[in-house]
Design a protein around this ligand. Structure first.
Ligand code: SF4
Length: 494
């Protein structure tokens, strides 16, 4: 059978013909989906199952067998019932529809379900291809709808699919975007029929609507300290690239740079670390003993798990807290990691109230995140409102000196994230960790929650989570120690 153009391949081709061609002819060049992509896919699948409940009496068409699915769909069309996973093949184009809903005697509505929270252009392209494919197969389409997550929905008991989703009619957008679709489809069929891979220059299309998995290959020619490591966003970076500038050190003096970009350039060219001692001293002078180093790990499922929570609400399931009483005492570590599937929020608040005391700085890295988590916790448990006011007044953001370039090391590239700053400042990092990033922690915890991990895996994940979160707060202690050294002594802490 000649290669078909499916809706996912159509979207791939719109993003980049080279990516499409490689998918068809040399798929081994495409790295396997990473854990985050797989997680997004799994969440989409779960969401899709709830969406089916919006169409009672629908028929779920078996979709493991490609041709079987298409043949069954053809037969079932006559029944005029909602069809889930209907497969439509016409010539060399093919699509699988989330929901094909009978609209009148002989018309259908296309309903595409997404796990996101708004309509995006790529969704409209997706549906336009489905409509085109259905049209070619002789189906009359009355309207096109997109179902996405309603961020305002609050779980109360069983999930109510009518509240969980917003169904938006996107027929007009589909109509508009469909102009020229026949030529686009024809062009992409040519691409996949071709024996040679089309040339494609790198560009913003490598990053959107999805980051292309071939990026490492296509962007591999860039030098170390490339202009894509420069602060200021992709538009500014591509503008330099289009002028033929590949490396930060090659940026000519006549090109105006922001203060941060200038610091980056100097650090790359000299190999020095940029330090603003006075600013660091000022930052440190605000710290008051006892010092509390706090970090949360959270999980934000598309379909809320606990009553009173919304889709994608960041639900804390773990915290690490190091407490340093005074200038001579050793840090004392406390940690919390939720057990089982019960809502851990009340216990987290109880524990924090017990451990955080009533004075001293509470240090977090990117503290706005920890503050947001605490505020959402207290929304659910308003009896902690007064306590929270005191806590928020004591919060200090350790991100501040780094995001403001009071300290900068070229190895941070364009980020001030803890994962880059910790090794840059202390030489210690996350390399040997089973879990080495917040999103990995969240996904790993999700595997336990959804019952997708064996007992052995669960024990390993829990051990890795405890180790990872502990390093986040321990790392902050090391960073503060290093900043104090840099600042030339003990500032404001004694
Ligand atoms: S990395 Fe960019 S140029 Fe390369 S295949 Fe992907 S989208 Fe195309």
């Amino acid at each position: 059978m000649p290669a078909l153009l499916s809706k996912s391949k159509y979207l791939t081709g719109l993003q980049c013909p080279k990516y499409l061609w490689t998918q068809i002819h040399e798929p081994e060049r495409i790295p396997e989906a990473d854990a985050i992509t797989q997680y997004v896919f799994d969440q989409g699948h779960l969401v899709g199952e709830y969406a089916k409940q919006l169409f009672p009496g629908g028929i779920d068409i078996q979709h493991d067998d490609f041709m079987g699915n298409i043949v069954t769909t053809k037969k079932l069309l006559a029944e005029r019932k909602p069809l889930f996973e209907a497969g439509i093949l016409s010539g060399r184009i093919y699509c699988r529809l989330d929901i094909l809903n009978p609209a009148s005697e002989d018309e259908w509505d296309i309903v595409e379900i997404k796990s996101g929270t708004s309509v995006k252009d790529v969704h409209v392209d997706d549906v336009s291809f489905q409509k085109f494919c259905c049209g070619k197969a002789g189906l009359e389409i009355r309207s096109c709808k997109l179902g996405f997550m309603n961020k305002q929905y609050v779980k109360n008991g069983e999930i109510d699919p009518k509240g969980l989703f917003i169904l938006e009619d996107i027929s007009t957008q589909v109509e508009e975007i469909s102009e020229g679709i026949e030529e686009r489809v024809f062009g992409l069929l040519e691409v996949i029929s071709n024996k040679t891979c089309p040339e494609a220059a790198i560009g913003q299309h490598c990053l959107a609507p999805y980051e292309c998995p071939l990026r490492t290959e296509c962007w591999g020619f860039l030098p170390q300290n490339s202009i894509f490591d420069l602060r200021g966003g992709k538009t500014a970076q591509f503008s330099l690239y289009e002028q033929g500038i590949l490396s930060i050190e090659d940026i000519p003096d006549y090109i105006p740079l922001t203060r941060q970009q200038q610091i980056q350039k100097e650090c790359v060219m000299t190999g020095n670390v940029h330090v603003e001692k006075e600013e660091i001293r000022r930052f440190l002078s605000n710290l008051k003993y006892p010092l509390y180093y706090l970090d949360f790990e959270t999980f934000g499922p598309a379909v809320p798990m606990y009553d009173g929570t919304r889709p994608y609400q960041d639900m804390p399931f773990q915290f690490s807290l190091h407490v340093v009483e005074n200038g001579t005492s050793e840090p004392v570590h406390h940690s919390f990691l939720a057990e089982g599937r019960e809502d851990p929020r009340a216990e987290i608040l109880r524990e924090l109230q017990r451990l955080l005391g009533s004075e001293g700085s509470i240090i977090a890295y990117n503290a706005g995140f920890e503050e947001g988590v605490l505020q959402e916790l207290v929304e659910a448990f308003p009896e902690y409102t007064d306590w929270l006011k005191g806590i928020l007044a004591r919060m200090v953001d350790l991100l501040y000196p780094f995001t403001n370039f009071h300290y900068y090391h070229a190895s941070q590239k364009d980020t001030a994230s803890l994962k880059k700053v910790l090794p840059a400042v202390t030489g210690k990092g996350y390399e040997e960790m089973g879990i080495g990033a917040g999103m990995d922690a969240s996904i790993a915890y999700g595997r336990i929650l959804y019952g997708n991990a064996t007992e052995e895996e669960t024990a390993k994940i829990r051990a890795d989570l405890l180790k990872y979160c502990k390093l986040d707060t321990e790392g902050m202690i090391w960073i503060i120690a290093k900043l104090r050294q840099i600042a030339g002594g003990i500032i404001g802490l004694d």
